[in-house]
Write a protein that binds this ligand. Structure first.
Ligand code: FNR
Length: 381
């Protein structure tokens, strides 16, 4: 490949650069990966209506959400362990997002701590929270996010337990492999020297930066993942959302809603926004795709809360499809991580510029000059 042209080209570059275990962790989904696939397939099924002879000489892709202006209706989704895919990847991505003029969301289980990201940028980034059993730790982390002036809190609620990911099991994550398999794995890591230098040497320390002192003795991806399964609180309920609402001062966004009644409850509990999401097909396999559930959730709460969506967004055409069905903006997970794994900060900028070009072209060809012009009428029935 001479030059990457699309997000799937960046996926290919990431695949070449990452050890197989890392790539599979990033790329894979839960169980049979049916929901992972549905996220993509259901987007692809939506046809856009080609319209002609509208003046599209001036296009504006910007939106304002939660009082924040964004140059694109896109947000970088929280991705745990991103710093295992490229050196201090969370910092690189936050800088790229700032360059392009959109928010970056830092995961609770990111490699870089809140303060390191804060020092790297001047515009606010968002913070994502997983509810941990120890509420003192939660309170402490929220006060650090508040001190870093994070622009929004994304409270992820679709991971009371960790979805089983067959690829990770096959790659021996968290299980003891026989010697021969371990040697094969070591040989695969050895075949990726640029990753070893970038992440293994220059990307240290490789631990959960936000949870230093809380996570002990977690020295591998498998060990960190195991810690996640023990520290996160499966007893979390709507009462906890009320509690978070009472202590978080800024915009609060509930991530992982896939049901209209849950969306109504979220709006009633005071969430300023929600993300229609199935965690990129990594949790409940056999759940419906995000895009297929979006319209009914928008119909249920779209006038009361800001509805965002993620899952399968890989192009500006996909963004157009999601906006047409009522999303105010999309989050992208794997797309930005492919970019950072392939080419660092410049790779994320390039992924975002690519999606921006695609969005602008799609807007011109459906006759929409502004984001507000994209509505259900642009979908071909
Ligand atoms: C995630 N996602 C996620 N979500 C979250 O709230 N906190 C997290 O730490 C993570 N970690 C994570 C790791 C990896 C490797 C992936 C791929 C995803 C889910 C993420 O925020 C988002 O919902 C999905 O990635 C969206 O789907 P796409 O864009 O990847 O198809």
């Amino acid at each position: 490949m001479l030059a990457p042209a699309s997000v799937s080209d960046y996926r290919e570059l990431a695949k070449r650069r990452l050890p197989q275990l890392m790539f599979d962790y990033l790329d894979g989904g839960a169980f049979e990966e049916a929901t992972l696939q549905a996220n993509r397939l259901d987007l692809q099924k939506l046809s856009l209506k080609q319209k002609v002879l509208r003046d599209v000489s001036s296009l504006d892709t910007s939106v304002t959400l939660f009082g924040q202006k964004m140059e694109l209706p896109l947000i970088l989704a929280p991705v745990g362990f991103a710093g295992m895919m490229a050196r201090r990847a969370e910092v690189q991505a936050a800088k790229a997002a700032q360059t392009v003029g959109i928010p970056f969301t830092l995961s609770t289980v990111g490699i870089c701590p809140i303060e390191e990201v804060r020092r790297a940028v001047t515009t606010p980034f968002w913070f994502q929270l997983y509810m941990m059993r120890d509420r003192g730790v939660v309170r402490e982390i929220l006060s650090r996010a508040q001190a870093a002036q994070c622009g929004a809190l994304v409270f992820t609620v679709d991971l009371p337990v960790l979805g089983t990911r067959y690829r990770d099991i096959r790659n021996g994550m968290g299980v003891k492999l026989p010697l021969f398999s371990r040697l094969r794995m070591a040989a695969n890591f050895a075949s990726r020297p640029s990753w070893i230098y970038d992440v293994g040497v220059k990307g240290q320390p490789l631990t959960f930066g936000n949870l230093a002192g809380v996570v002990q003795d977690a020295k591998s991806l498998g060990a960190l993942l195991h810690w996640t399964t023990t520290a996160l609180d499966p007893s979390v309920t709507w009462k906890d959302l009320e509690w978070i609402r009472s202590i978080w001062k800024g915009p609060l966004i509930l991530k992982g809603v896939l049901d209209a009644d849950d969306a109504k409850e979220a709006a009633a509990t005071g969430a300023d926004g929600l993300v229609v999401s199935n965690h990129g097909g990594r949790q409940l396999d056999a759940a419906r795709s995000s895009i297929s559930m979006l319209p009914r959730i928008v119909d249920a709460v779209g006038d009361r809360t800001v509805v965002l969506m993620d899952g399968g967004i890989r192009s500006g055409q996909d963004v157009t499809r999601a906006l047409a069905l009522g999303a105010r903006a999309c989050l992208i997970g794997r797309a930005w991580v492919y970019g950072v794994a392939a080419k660092g900060e410049a790779g994320v900028v390039s992924v975002l510029e690519t999606m921006k070009r695609e969005l602008r072209t799609s807007m011109a060809l459906i006759g929409a000059s502004r984001i507000g012009d994209i509505n259900r009428a642009v979908i071909e029935s």
